[in-house]
Design a binder for this molecule. Structure first.
Ligand SMILES: Cc1cc2nc3c(=O)[nH]c(=O)nc-3n(C[C@H](O)[C@H](O)[C@H](O)COP(=O)(O)OP(=O)(O)OC[C@H]3O[C@@H](n4cnc5c(N)ncnc54)[C@H](O)[C@@H]3O)c2cc1C
Length: 324
């Protein structure tokens, strides 16, 4: 709870209970509105629980790509080695990154002032990290448990869905398995984001597997189709076959924030402390969502800026910063 949903823990700590905290914070938001806060559309947007992008997630990656410029990005490349020269004189180009590129079929090397690592920790463990030529042993990084998941996307003709519920979706409590429901939950994707489907269809995104049903995540496409159609029939009265179906399987969909997750966070902190100019961001830290991964990346970028600023301030005589 503390690591996956820190805002819930914050509510509990401030108000003694999550439910009470939710009510109180909603009330105080309302009061704030009464005390002169204008309920502008920007404020309304900020309070919205869910967000997406016109055209889907690809819009975000396309925008980042355009901002950075394709020549600065290396697609289909696997980082194999990171070496820090850590020469103590300057942080500039301290880090050398070796990666295997699919396009060129050979190893390439590039130098950087700092590194923000966002690969899952299980992949970091496979990388070779060196500091001043000496290998850094990564055996102190704990094993992280990952959950497998299948995502099944279906569409149904609107006229065939007898109880089309409003809202973002449904989460199925595990006890409902005894009533034959096997999925973890379904997002009503076209309810939340109408651009996701033609106007005569409902589009659903259903999750199968997780810690509750690991084996089911790997089920065949046909079996998953049966499971999802059966659950949607029971929940929403979706009749007949879906007019479209797609399925995606993730063997390591997300890290499980178990009760010993503190040790994972401590290991990440140790890695950052031992390796100047190395920062770790992403969903192994601070929560499991695109929004949280983005804010974790922004936090890491701020730390890099402070690191480079303070390193150059230490090395340069007072006043020379003004000329930069
Ligand atoms: C099925 C599914 C559905 C989800 N739905 C939602 C949702 O509706 N809303 C939401 O907010 N969140 C959702 N999430 C969670 C969200 O996708 C994650 O929290 C987010 O993507 C985490 O981003 P990340 O950059 O930390 O990690 P990832 O997205 O896992 O990215 C890590 C990247 O590192 C790369 N990598 C690994 N090793 C190397 C290497 N050696 N060299 C180079 N690159 C490497 C991987 O290829 C990968 O691209 C979902 C997750 C899953 C799995």
């Amino acid at each position: 709870m503390r690591h996956a949903f820190p805002e819930l823990l914050n509510l509990e700590e401030r108000f003694g209970s999550i439910i009470l905290g939710t009510i109180r914070s909603k009330l105080s938001a309302k009061n704030g509105k009464g005390q002169g806060m204008k309920d502008t559309s920007a404020n309304k947007k900020q309070r919205r629980g869910s967000f997406s992008f016109l055209g889907g997630m690809q819009t975000l990656t396309d925008a980042i790509c355009e901002e950075l410029g394709e020549d600065k990005l290396h697609f289909q490349s696997k980082v194999l080695q990171l070496s820090s020269s850590c020469n103590g004189n300057s942080p500039l180009e301290n880090w050398s990154v070796t990666y295997a590129s699919n396009h060129h079929k050979h190893l390439e090397n590039q130098s950087f002032d700092a590194v923000i690592m966002t690969a899952p920790l299980c992949d970091v463990k496979e990388m070779k990290i060196r500091k001043r030529g000496t290998p850094v042993l990564l055996d102190f990084l704990p094993e992280v448990t990952y959950m497998p998941l299948s995502v099944v996307i279906t569409t149904f003709k609107k006229e065939n869905v007898k109880r089309p519920l409003e809202g973002f979706g449904v989460l199925i409590p595990s006890k409902e398995q005894q009533n034959g429901l096997k999925t973890l939950g379904t997002l009503f994707s076209s309810m939340m984001f109408p651009d996701r489907a033609p106007s005569d269809l409902y589009l659903y995104t259903t999750f199968v597997g997780g810690s509750r049903n690991k084996e089911l995540a790997k089920a065949s496409r046909e079996e998953l189709k049966q499971i999802v159609t059966s659950d949607l029939r029971q929940l929403l009265g979706a009749e007949g076959e879906p007019t479209f179906m797609n399925q995606l399987y993730w063997s390591k969909a997300f890290p499980l924030y178990g009760h010993n997750y503190d040790s994972v966070l401590e290991a990440i902190e140790k890695l950052e402390k031992d390796l100047p100019g190395f920062y770790y961001a992403g969903n192994h830290r601070g929560g499991l969502s695109v929004g949280k991964a983005l804010s974790s990346g922004c936090k890491a970028a701020d730390l890099v800026i402070s690191y480079l600023d303070s390193s150059s301030r230490e090395k340069l005589p007072t006043g020379s910063l003004w000329k930069m």
